[in-house]
Write a protein that binds this ligand. Structure first.
Ligand code: UDP
Length: 485
């Protein structure tokens, strides 16, 4: 059998910005290395992938895009055109997860057609393990999170904690966690079992991280994966094939003019002077919380760029019940409010941005680290409380906005309120030039430099990607040999 044709990998991301963005970046990274990369998603998600597809084509390493219709609302109970998790009300998250099982037959048909050499699919598409086995090709898993959170979660699975808060044994760092701060998924034993079974049938795990960011945990995860799987670090993928700023802006459906407005505003600000606030693509804070943030930012006297999505009450965005009277006029010039979506990569890469108030979503965290921007941590749900411990306790690249646990069990619940005063104090502490904050800022810069080295030739990520591609090629060769026999 000829192996002259390039290796063909199919990428099948979960339809959520926090999973699609890194997976498409990964597909581009593989294409840059000569792999034929195909991305599978739904028609309603195509617009967010197309700019990356166009950019990759323009740069001479094209990606293929395959669209599979999202199952009918009559089968899913979701509203029509609800094809992305960021559009789904939290009460219907289970409907969304159940809808993912309905992709099995059309994806099987597509794979039979495409005959790829490997499948890289999101962990939630558990049935892809069997599809890959039927085709005789390796299935690689993408979880969306890093080595540290996965390591912690795996270690907790065997002995679920009964105490409200506890320190994890046997780690190189004294990590304190709250039982209620663990991912919601950990309560769903049936689903965890399904994930575990699919994982056991898979070939390996691909992680959007780089070794220098979390060395002890990357090494441990690679050596002691619970199902004995191999793991490769391919991150930070946003750096591996840094998309043009406009392109990323377009991925969020943002007109270039809006991206320009935001970036031009930053152009007018001194280096390191702006606090950037963004809580990811899924969360919807309550009216009272948004109002407290507004008051805290106003009282801090610092420059800020704040991305506000819909409020949790789900009212029309235009209503903005949360906004204190005259807020925008009073902070004009000093603060900029972005409604909906910011070109985050470009914002974090802008010299004016000094600190990032983040919900600790894994991608946001990676993007901040790449840009060398220190973080003010404000976790909300999923594995974000665990990520916070990595940033603050392990890396020393962030400060907490508040201590303890204030959790919303879902992206739409209102957590216990963080007061305006707490916001003000945290912002002042970070930007006040104190020794703690300066040390954190310095460390963030060092992590940024290490990230750049990791993706360069000879760097840890560069090597892992090379090894993974080599290994997939070896598997293909072996299969071809068996076919000849
Ligand atoms: N993002 C963005 N602009 C926004 C909000 C989010 O570009 O206004 C991007 C962000 O850069 C990141 C992704 O959306 O790549 C969010 O992923 P993350 O893991 O941080 O959080 P999630 O949205 O999954 O909670």
């Amino acid at each position: 059998a000829s192996t002259a044709r390039p290796l063909h990998v199919v990428f099948f991301p979960l339809m959520s910005p926090g999973h699609m963005i890194p997976m498409v970046d990964m597909a581009r990274l593989f294409a840059l290395r000569g792999v034929r990369s195909s991305v599978v998603t739904t028609p309603g998600n195509a617009h967010s992938v197309r700019p990356a597809i166009d950019a990759a084509a323009a740069l001479g390493h094209p990606l293929a895009l395959h669209l599979i219709p999202f199952p009918d609302p009559s089968a899913t109970g979701l509203a029509p055109a609800c094809e992305n998790l960021s559009d789904v009300p939290a009460a219907q998250f289970d409907n969304f997860v159940n809808a993912l099982f309905l992709f099995q037959a059309p994806v099987a048909a597509l794979l039979r057609d495409l005959r790829p050499d490997a499948l890289l699919s999101d962990s939630l598409f558990t049935w892809t393990a069997d599809l890959a086995a039927d085709l005789g090709v390796p299935r690689l898993i993408f979880h969306g999170a890093g080595a540290f959170p996965q390591f912690v979660i795996c270690n907790l699975l065997g002995h679920f904690p009964f105490l409200e808060s506890f320190t994890m044994d046997g780690l190189p760092h004294p990590i304190r966690l709250y039982k209620d701060g663990l991912p919601e998924l950990m309560d769903n034993f049936a689903f965890l079992q399904l994930l575990g079974e699919a994982e056991a049938k898979s070939y390996g795990v691909v992680v959007n991280t780089y070794r220098e960011m979390e060395p002890a945990y990357v090494d441990y995860y690679k050596k002691h994966h619970p199902q004995g799987l191999r793991a490769w670090c391919v991150g930070p993928v946003s750096l591996c094939c840094r998309a043009a700023e406009e392109e990323r802006a377009k991925r969020g459906g943002l007109p270039a003019t809006e991206a320009n407005r935001i970036l031009s505003w930053l152009d007018g600000k001194p280096a390191g002077s702006v606090v950037y606030l963004c809580f990811g693509s899924l969360c919807r804070l309550g009216v009272a919380q948004l109002r407290a943030i507004a008051k805290g930012l106003e009282a801090s006297g610092r420059a800020f760029l704040w991305v506000v999505r819909r409020d949790a009450e789900g009212g029309p965005e235009a209503e903005e019940k949360w906004m204190p009277d005259g807020f925008e006029e009073r902070v004009r010039g000093r603060g900029l409010l972005v409604r909906g979506w910011a070109p985050q990569l470009a914002v974090l890469g802008h010299a004016a941005v000094g600190w990032f108030v983040t919900h600790c979503g894994w991608n946001s965290l990676q993007e901040a680290v790449c840009a060398g921007v220190p973080m003010l941590t404000w976790p909300l749900f999923h594995e974000q409380f665990i990520n916070q411990e990595l940033v603050v306790e392990v890396m020393g690249a962030g400060l907490r906005v508040w201590e303890g646990l204030r959790r919303c069990r879902s992206p739409e619940q209102t957590p216990e309120l963080v007061s305006a005063e707490e916001v003000e104090v945290a912002v002042r502490k970070a930007t006040g030039g104190g020794e703690d904050a300066e040390a954190v800022r310095r460390r963030a810069k060092e992590y940024g430099e290490a990230a750049r080295k990791a993706v360069e030739e000879g760097g840890s990520t560069h090597e892992d990607v090379t090894n993974l591609i080599k290994e997939l090629e070896a598997v293909r060769l072996q299969k071809a040999g068996q076919g000849d026999a």
